[in-house]
Design a protein. Structure first.
Lengths: 112, 118
């Protein structure tokens, strides 16, 4: 079935370095993508989103890149901090419908 | 309230018993969703309510699972005759409505109910 998957299930990064979390999606009709951050014991929290008519969108220390040709999404975190340690989920929203499909998640660990 | 509220935060129940989980969405949000998250896993869609439309129940894993929503407010997820494989965190989320756009911030999630079936 349709799914969104991640290339790297775990990622360890030195504090201050940049982090890149990758995601592959399978539904070429999806037109809206979201990254969520989930800290231990909490629900996922919105980080940044992007529409399919864009290939890049920047937030505060985060950038999302979208490559529709290869159906690939990435989240870049600049100057990674210990507070960035969490599980990161990508999600796709097919056909501008409310239900999103979540990927399996990548666990990011920041080494002080 | 300011966010999505779920109760109880933790629930331990004996195999075979029924449980009810509650979700209070953000006021004014017409869409409400239930997801299940097993330990160390991703989010599994269960059910989706949008206004007065018929709910999308396509993710419910068995007929032991059901959910109701009163208007555009509280929702309860009921699991009958619980099994050990039902142990997971059950997450509720709400959103303003159909057709997500940039700036809608996707869903707002609650902190979940951790269900343990012993």
């Amino acid at each position: 079935g349709e799914s969104v998957g991640l290339h790297l299930p775990t990622l360890s990064v030195q504090e201050g370095d940049n982090s890149i979390i990758n995601c592959a999606y399978s539904n070429s009709a999806s037109d809206y993508f979201i990254w969520y951050k989930q800290e231990s014991g909490k629900g996922p929290q919105f980080i940044i989103d992007i529409r399919s008519n864009m290939d890049k969108r920047q937030g505060q220390r985060v950038t999302v890149l979208l490559n529709k040709t290869v159906k690939h999404l990435s989240l870049q975190i600049a100057a990674t901090q210990p507070g960035d340690s969490a599980v990161y989920f990508c999600a796709e929203n097919p056909h501008s419908y409310d239900k999103v499909i979540f990927g399996p998640g990548t666990s990011l660990s920041v080494i002080p | 309230g300011a966010g999505v509220s779920q109760s109880p935060s933790n629930k331990v129940t004996e195999k075979g018993k029924d449980v009810e989980l509650r979700c209070d969405p953000i006021s004014g949000h017409t869409a409400l969703y239930w997801y299940r998250q097993s330990l160390g896993q991703g989010l599994e869609f269960l059910i989706y309510f949008q206004g007065n439309s018929a709910p999308d129940k396509s993710g419910l894993p068995s007929d032991r699972f059901s959910a109701e929503r009163t208007g555009e407010s509280v929702s309860t997820l009921t699991i009958q005759r619980t099994q050990q494989e039902d142990s997971a965190v059950y997450l509720c989320a709400s959103s303003p409505g159909q057709g997500m756009r940039i700036g809608d911030y996707g869903y707002t999630f609650g902190s979940g109910t951790r269900l343990t079936v012993v």
